[in-house]
Each structure stands twice: as C-alpha cells, then as structure tokens.
Design a protein around this ligand. Structure first.
Ligand code: SF4
Length: 512
C-alpha cells in the first residue's frame, strides 16, 4: 500500500487503541465499539474481556514470511487459540484488550492488513485454494484476486456501504469458495474469461447469485468490482441492517431491472476508464517434481510429480504450536506454500513425494474421514452473536462416532453454524445445522435446525431443505442412527441421501 495510505492507517490504529481502552473501561458501549472494531477486523468476544483479530490473507495465501510472522506472534503474545475461518483468514482469539492494536500495527508493517476484515467493507477476497496447481482448472485466478484485494483496500475509505461485500474467485474446477452465491463471484472459464454472479449470499433468506456475465474480459474486472460497490451504495438498504446485504436487492428489484442498473453503472465506469488491468503477473512454478505418493490426503498437481497435501484440524482450530512446527519443516522445503481453504482445510502445495510424506507425518492429527472434515464456525462460546457452541458439539459428535469406526467411515462432511448468520454455510451441507433455541414445555432448550440435501459441488450447487429441529444433546445419537441406516443400505452417503431421502428425514424427525 502507498506511504500515504499507511500513514493514515497508522493514525487510525492509534485512535483505535484508545477506543479499545475506552471500551475496556466501559466508557464505550459494546454496540458502538463493535461498529468501530469491525473495520479493523477485530471484535470483542462473548466475554468482553477477550478479543479477536482476523488476519486478512487474500486467497488464504500463507506464504513463508507470513507463516514466520504468525509463529512469532503466537510466541510473543502467548496466543491461545487460532481459528481458520470460512473466509480463508486466520483469527487470533482470546486476546487481551491491550494486545489488539499492537498486533494490528505489527501485522500492517508486515504487509498483512486487518483493515476492512470486518464491518461494512469489502472483505477478504477468497480463491479456490489450489488455484494455479489443480489438475483440470481453467487458469490460475490468484493474480486477479490479488488485484481486486489491493484495489478494494486502497479505496475502502472512499465509500460507506450498507453492509459487507464478499468477493470470491473460483478456478473453474470446484466451487468451494461458493462463487455462485457470494455478493460477487467470478468463475474462470477455459477460454480465459470469467462468469460473474452477483447478489447471492447465505444467512436468513439465502439466495443463489444472479448470472450477470458469461464471458467477462479479465482485464475489466475492476470496473465490475467498483460497479458493484457503487451499485450497492446506490440501491442497498441503509435503514434496516437485517435487509442490507446485496442478496436482498433480488427482492427489491426485478432481475431485468437489477441487470439494467448494474450494467448502467459498470458501463459508466468503463466509459471513464482508468481501471483496466493490463498487467497481471502469473506465477510460474518452476520447482522440479519427484517421486510418487498415494494417500487420501494427497492430490497430484498439474505440475508433474508435484503434490498438494491437505491438513484439516478438527473444527478448523489450528493448534498453536503448529505455525512454528510448519515453519521449521518448510525451511527445508523450497517452493512449498500454504493456502487456507474456505472449508477450514489447510493445503501445502508444491511438494515432492518425499516432502508430502513428511507433511503427512507432521499433520497426522488431521481429520481422516469426511465426517471429521466437517465445518464448524467458532460458535457461541466465543462469538457474541451465536446461539450455540458449534465447536463443542462437533467435537462431541466426532468423539462419539469414533467409537464406531464403521459408522465414522460412511457419514458425510456436515456443516454447523452457531446461528442464522450461517458462517459455516450450513445451507450447502449434505447435512447442515443451524444453532437455535427450542422451547419445550416453556423451557428454552439448546437445539439445531437441520437441513438436508445441500451441495457445493461445481455444477451441482443447491441449498438443503429444512426438515426439523433436534436438541443438541441428541445430535451424537442422531449421527449414529443416520450412519447405521446408511451402512445397512450398503450405499455411499450420497447415494443413500438421494435414494432414501424419506428414510433420512424420518430418522431426523424421530429425534425432533
Ligand atoms: S454462525 Fe453465528 S455463532 Fe457462528 S461465527 Fe457466525 S455469527 Fe458467530
């Protein structure tokens, strides 16, 4: 970022340090502080003596320098909890109030900007985690995502949007970043262009995006991004935050009108010019591959004899000693990089077979079954907004299911959000759970709303259907019952849920 931008940022951080102190001393309300701290990618946790800082990493790219910075930060600040988020960032949790601003300052000086990591801003730009190395991809979308991230950060002080804006880039192989239902989603086409979807999103009244362009010229993406910001500022709902996300524009405007107004703004920007992306630097991977390796956690890359290794800590909670251990290992592995995916999986890319084997050993505590790869948000023990502790229920269910290895093999990856904000994208889980309070005989009970049949597979993206509410205490037994029925059917989970949907629903209903 420019010197001028940084100077302003340093001044903002100084002011924010003072405001954090005022909040700590109860001179600033929780609501007012949230409105300020979100803009710095920080929130007070449920216990307002503890804070979170979110490190913005475009495309989840955690290069060696940033990994070293993270490892040093963990040591020096004695950080107790690291959570990979579904926006491809790393969240530092349980910080004291006087650690917040110094960490944000240090991160900025290291080139990691937490600014706009929360609040009503363009958020961390997401990218398919294997972009650039994945077999069958259209092309590497990282350079475009980097350009968008830099642009949105550089101008984020110039406008006030009604709420946040999430932008994702898919490399055309998978849609794990959910480009088809973000505020803005770019999907790479094999001919070098992008499909563009806008005004999608999860949360209450979740909606698929509206297809705007089939073959968008990549050099014009900044016109479309700026156009989206201006469009949102012009037509978004500033009066009711619950209706302020871009997806609600689908309710207030007919599809034709929505397209007409969006393109009117984009065309106006193109006529003015100045945002063409003529130069994007594609990264060449010149590392020599070597060897072969077969493991459920290893994928061959499009580069000959190079591999990507996945590591999914349960619930996306990265043990605090891991950044240092990963750094020490990567010191002797030239070219190996880390990416954080939107499903809380960490990928090591550009590994030889031997290096992949060493990474497998380092990360042997990784999830090993689809069920253990389940996605869960940080949950209500930490998050002010949450209703349920998604992390603890996920662990309870995994430990219960582990007692029955044959069942643990068949259950799918599920998604657990602590509330309707849908941070774990429960709507696209084959089984999705949303934190809820169920009143039973006038007594509020911890519960989850259950969704069945969602999918985020490319070309098969669909939202699950709400089928009932189960009490939290019954969830481990619910998974055992579902897994047992699937085993008895002798089908895979996907076939079982498709062909025996009524059985799945009636099992859930029997717990409802
Ligand atoms: S889904 Fe709800 S509980 Fe979970 S992180 Fe998001 S806001 Fe918090």
């Amino acid at each position: 970022m420019s010197d001028e931008w940084m100077e302003k940022y340093h001044n903002e951080i100084d002011k924010f340090a003072q405001e954090t102190k005022e909040f700590h001393e109860h001179d600033l309300s929780r609501k007012d502080y949230k409105g300020i701290s979100g803009g710095f990618g920080s929130y007070a946790q449920r216990d307002d003596q503890e804070h979170m800082v979110r490190l913005r990493l475009t495309g989840g790219k955690l290069d060696r320098e940033n990994l070293e910075f993270l490892a040093n930060l963990v040591d020096r600040y004695n950080i107790k909890r690291l959570k990979m988020s579904t926006c491809e960032t790393i969240q530092l949790h349980d910080l004291s109030y006087d650690q917040v601003a110094p960490i944000i300052w240090e991160a900025a000086d290291h080139g990691i900007y937490t600014k706009a990591g929360g609040g009503d801003n363009p958020r961390n730009v997401m990218v398919s985690p294997l972009s650039g190395v994945q077999e069958g991809e259209a092309f590497d979308v990282n350079p475009y995502a980097d350009a968008v991230a830099e642009y949105t950060l550089s101008v984020c002080r110039d406008f006030k949007m009604p709420r946040k804006l999430k932008i994702a880039f898919s490399n055309g192989v998978d849609d794990s970043v959910h480009a088809t239902f973000r505020d803005m989603g770019f999907i790479a086409n094999p001919d070098g262009t992008f499909k563009l979807y806008i005004c999608g999103g999860l949360g209450n009244d979740h909606k698929m995006g509206v297809l705007m362009e089939e073959n968008l010229d990549p050099k014009e993406i900044l016109y479309y991004v700026r156009g989206m910001i201006d469009f949102f500022c012009q037509f978004g709902n500033y009066k009711n935050r619950a209706k302020a996300r871009t997806r609600f524009l689908q309710e207030t405007m007919e599809p034709e009108k929505l397209k007409e107004e969006y393109f009117r703004i984009v065309d106006g920007l193109k006529a003015k010019g100045g945002l063409d992306l003529y130069k994007v630097e594609e990264k060449n991977i010149d590392k020599q591959g070597e060897g072969t390796i077969v493991s459920a956690r290893v994928l061959p890359q499009k580069q000959k004899e190079l591999f990507s290794v996945e590591y999914h800590p349960i619930g996306g909670v990265l043990p605090t000693e891991m950044p240092r251990k990963m750094l020490e290992l990567l010191e002797k592995m030239p070219g190996v990089e880390i990416r954080i995916g939107a499903d809380e999986t960490l990928w090591f890319i550009n590994c030889t077979a031997k290096e992949a084997a060493e990474i497998l050993e380092l990360s042997k505590e990784s999830a090993n079954t689809p069920f253990e790869h389940s996605v869960a948000c940080i949950g209500a023990a930490v998050c002010q907004q949450g209703l349920r502790n998604s992390q603890s229920i996920l662990r309870d269910c995994i430990f219960k299911v582990r007692e029955h290895p044959e069942i643990s093999e068949v259950l799918p990856k599920v998604r657990i959000s602590g509330c309707a904000s849908s941070c774990a994208a429960h709507q696209v889980g084959s089984l999705g759970f949303q934190g809820f309070v169920k009143v039973v005989e006038k007594i509020p009970q911890a519960a989850f709303r259950v969704f069945v049949g969602g999918s985020d597979e490319k070309d098969n993206v669909r939202f699950g259907e709400f089928v009932g509410v189960v009490l939290e205490k019954d969830m481990p037994d619910l998974f055992l019952a579902l897994g047992k029925a699937c085993l008895e059917s002798q089908k895979t989970w996907d076939a079982f849920v498709q062909e025996n949907r009524d059985d799945v629903v009636s099992i859930i209903e029997s717990f409802a």
